[in-house]
Design a protein around this ligand. Sequence first.
Ligand SMILES: Cc1ncc(C[n+]2csc(CCOP(=O)(O)OP(=O)(O)O)c2C)c(N)n1
Length: 652
Amino acid sequence: MLEKVNREPGIMFDKWRGFTYQALCAEWRDKLAAMATSARGNILKMTSLAASGHPGGSMSSIDIYLTLYNFANIDPAQPTRDDRDRIIVSHGHTSPGAYSALAAAGFFEIDDAIAGFRLAGSPFEGHVERSVPGIEWGTGNLGQGLSVGIGKAIYARLSGQDFHTYVIMGDGEQQKGQISESRRIAVKYKLSGITVVVDYNGLQISGQIKDIMPQNIADEWKADGWQVIEIDGHNFDEIYDALYRARVSDGPPVMILARTVMGKNVSFMENKESFHGAPVKPDRLDEALGELGVDNDLDRYREKRSQGAPGARRAIGADYPEVDTGEPILYAPDAKMDNRGAFGKALVSVADANMGRDGFVMGVFDCDLATSVKTHAFGQKYPDSFFQFGISEHSTASVAGSLSAEKAVSVWADFGVFGVDETYNQARLNDVNHSSLKLFCTHCGINVGEDGMTHQCIDYFGLLNSTYGWKVITPADPNQTDRIVRYVLSRPGNHAVIMGRSAVPIVTDEAGQPYFGEGYEYRYGRMETIREGDTVALVCAGNMLFVGLEAFGLLRKDKIRVALYSVSDWSDLHADDLKALSGYRHVVTLEDHNVKTGLGTAMASSMLEAGLATGFTKLGVGRYGGSGKPAELYKMLGIDAASVAERIRALL
Ligand SMILES: Cc1ncc(C[n+]2csc(CCOP(=O)(O)OP(=O)(O)O)c2C)c(N)n1
């Protein structure tokens, strides 16, 4: 008889959950075989009814999906409980396979998935989405799933849980570079709680993988330190055995290379790449289903589909941890400090206020820039929560995003050009997945100076504002940075805090006291009135405020008094602030950002939409900057104090 595994199971919804036994029993083998036949039929029906989708890979992955969704430690009745195993579908186009297996495991009604597949308003989208119970992460942009799995495995470690993470991937997908970043990360951090299964069907869209991009998949994984088990991916005993061995192994993580057949069990589909992304045409559906021994009852589903999207989209709520924001650090007017330095200190201060508290989880990620981006002090103090991933930004963006979707504070700090530009699609996919990543970018704008135009991130807002969730915040000085860091660390949602490189003066009020000092309360989305004035409003974005203050001083010498405003929160401009600005004859915006896509553009369009008319001038970065001291570059590009004052004089 089957031997019980000598380990404490986390949760056991039935005695098989969590790969508790060493081998499959005959009863389960038969049950899985029956499920597989019916699931293959459902894949065909789903894709044929929608007249689109990916049946080929779904039919090669289905036996793996069925084994995982039936034996992993997951509960269809409680699909989001914290101690569940995480199953990440990385080749998201095999959604018909994943949906069919989830339905077979009891997560929802298969009828809803068949009738609702790829139907507007339905949760059953073309690529897997979190709107479907049991789906942990929306994917489809290939190559990101292993990074997402690493985020979950790190969550298991930091929260002291024993759950396991499974990642299922395609073989063509192995061509993506992000996967090799992730392989090394998993080995470096000894993440034995991750198991990967690669569906090795030998085909991808354009033909055989060996012709499209020759690659020795098994050897690459082994070379990076993974254990590799090769199996027949259509033999349930072998699939179960490999998953069992991977689950109980405490050595390096395991990759299971599962040899499969695209379109398996329908003769005219087998090994045909044409079925990678095309359904069986209606005139051959009878034949295909007939080979499986499944009835063609598509008319029933056609009828259901015509009545609109069945099945509710699952709400993806943020379960953000409670964070004590600690005591603000105040910087005196003569402090010589850069915003990134203030960020580093605030980060440690918030960590100090929370670390060690029961259930509090925080991870900070670095890509070989910790001393520059100021996370090194955190790393020294909290080494177990600090992750050094090297030059692996794509994977880091997805790992940190994935961790942030758990009950954890997840921080990634990098230069803007790597944290935003290099990894835009990862940021977009994080946003699609409702993550709560805290991205702190330093060296942004032409303020980066001597490093030159390759390093000047002047599109942080333009890019992130193209998503619906990311909020971009640019603090003006170290005092405001401190408050903003504490704010974003304690709130759900994706936030990007944008900082320059150089030290900036502490902003003071007219009495010479720190403006963002004692008594200052950060109000997200609100503009700050730094100096009262008339006729012209000079609106400064983030750390350009010190340039604005200088320009204000120059103009005052000419008896011109402009009103000076500071905007830190570009993503949500408040209607009352826009109204106040429209009271001036002219608004001038000043930003260290591409002038085409920055604050000025957002503000002008919001004012126009609100019917608020006034003169409007946008001052910002009009072309790629060069290499030089920030002050020289500002001058060269016409955004130094003298140029700003000159433009305002001309307006008047
Ligand atoms: C980053 C990325 N590039 C390109 C695509 C388009 N695409 C979708 S599936 C696919 C082929 C995937 O091949 P494989 O992983 O072998 O899956 P299978 O053909 O076995 O289903 C490609 C190129 C994508 N989804 N993501």
